[in-house]
Design a protein around this ligand. Structure first.
Ligand code: AMP
Ligand code: GLY
Length: 423
């Protein structure tokens, strides 16, 4: 099979790494890719949000199967264009991608499906939104309705913060994404992420993870795209998992199909769990980054067969072969991230790192300059390892992080602390 993966981050490096291990893959191209991906796969320059261009590229390269990594091409309808052109694709239609691209759409689907989630209000003008905040009181959560690169959520511990967030959003701090806002009840509990492959008929869980969104050790400071992740998430017991499937995932999928927009791809279910009862925080319509890195580390080559089955509507016949293992990914970011950071600094020490089925340093934001690897993004590398225990996975990931010689970078030293404390 000739396979095309769209994207350029650590998530796509991990997807490429898993696909390359599968003997059914004859040729892999990643567009646009990065310096790490280029070490294991062909890379091609391509505007991945231009569905027409992607369809032409797929035809020219005799691509049999396309895996879409990030949300932006999905929201832009790239999967629709590929399907129209007769290309098999893993990833939802633009209509189904609204489960991530519009928070008010998701709340409406949850209400219709009876899926437990935070109480909310949906507003298109600031005064009505503020009146709702004053009536509800703090803590309260203010969210830009549209895609805001993970930054459109303000958890306000006091009313003044919530009111200021509303002004910011309607003043365009998140561009078009903030033209409408959703205001939600503040939920307490432990967060976890649950990943489920979906075709129009079936759902297949492929793993759980927990990430660390905040930049500082002890989970403090500004939010990031994610500073590290581990899998499995201990809070996702079998009982909680069954509740999530029965109360949240299956009713959502049924409602999407009922509305004529069946969801196919991976559903990333962001959950808040309290006293064994899960509630939905949000959906994403793609793998998480860096959650994908730990999932791929645990699934290996079968990940490609599972995604291919989802794309062909064959999930009912599939099962996942689980190892009794754990994985951790530590994100190495550029100094200053998630604020202002420099690009272009040289990273060394990467050649000496292990590259095995249980240890891999995925590249998230790198490029090549004069034969050297240079940083090109905020999140730059993902030291990722698997082990029999979380402590073993942690030791493997941090041993790699320490080997990397990059004075311009930093990482959190406490990834997984909650789960490790629980033993
Ligand atoms: P999101 O972008 O929706 O994942 O939100 C980012 C983070 O904000 C989540 O991971 C939660 O930590 C927090 N959050 C979002 N919605 C709520 C809520 N209703 N109650 C409490 N925390 C929330
Ligand atoms: N790590 C969170 C996300 O990918 O949305």
């Amino acid at each position: 099979m000739n396979i095309l993966i769209l994207g350029s981050g650590g998530r796509e490096h991990a997807l490429a790494w898993a696909v390359m291990q599968n003997p059914k893959c004859d040729r892999l191209i990643v567009a646009p890719g990065n310096a790490g991906i280029a070490q294991i796969s062909e890379c091609a320059a391509l505007d991945i949000e231009d569905g027409g261009a992607v369809a032409v590229f797929a035809a020219e390269n005799a691509i049999d199967f396309v895996i879409v990594g990030p949300e932006a091409p999905l929201a832009a309808g790239v999967a629709d264009r590929l399907r129209d052109a007769g290309v098999l694709v893993f990833g939802p239609s633009a209509a189904a991608a609204n489960l991530e691209a519009s928070k008010s759409f998701t709340k409406e689907i949850c209400a219709a499906a009876g899926a437990p989630t935070a109480a909310y209000g949906h507003f298109t003008d600031a005064e009505a939104a503020k009146a709702y905040v004053r009536a509800q009181g703090a803590p309260i959560v203010v969210k830009a309705d549209g895609l805001a690169a993970g930054k459109g959520v303000i958890v306000a511990m006091d009313e003044a913060t919530a009111l200021a967030a509303i002004d910011d959003m309607f003043d365009g701090a998140f561009g078009g994404a903030g033209a409408e806002v959703v205001i939600e009840e503040f939920m307490q509990g432990e967060e976890a992420s649950f990943f489920v492959l979906c075709d129009a008929q079936d759902v297949l869980p492929i793993g759980t993870a927990q990430d660390h969104k905040q930049v500082g050790e002890g989970d403090i400071g500004p939010n990031t795209g994610g500073m590290g992740a581990y899998s499995p998430a201990p809070v996702m017991t079998d009982e909680v998992t069954q509740k999530v499937l029965e109360q949240i995932v299956r009713p959502t999928m049924a409602e999407m199909s009922r509305r004529g927009m069946p969801f196919q791809g991976v559903l990333f279910v962001g959950l808040m769990i309290r006293d064994g009862q899960p509630r939905l925080i949000e959906y994403n319509v793609r793998f998480g980054d860096p959650e994908c890195q730990v999932l791929m580390m645990r699934l290996g080559a079968q990940a490609m067969d599972l995604m291919h089955a989802a794309a062909e509507g064959r999930l009912s016949g599939m099962r996942v072969n689980w190892g009794d293992d754990h994985a951790m990914s530590v994100v190495i970011a550029a100094d200053g991230y998630p604020g202002v950071y420099e690009k272009g600094s040289v990273i060394s020490g990467l050649e000496a790192l292990p590259e095995t089925s249980s240890k891999m340093c995925f590249h998230a934001g790198t490029g090549e300059r004069d034969g050297q690897v240079v940083a090109t993004g905020g999140r730059v590398l993902n030291a990722t390892a698997r082990g029999a225990t979380l402590a073993e996975a942690r030791a493997g990931a941090y041993a790699m992080a320490e080997e990397i010689d990059w004075p311009g970078g930093f990482y959190r030293s406490d990834i997984g602390w909650r789960a490790l404390e629980q033993g």
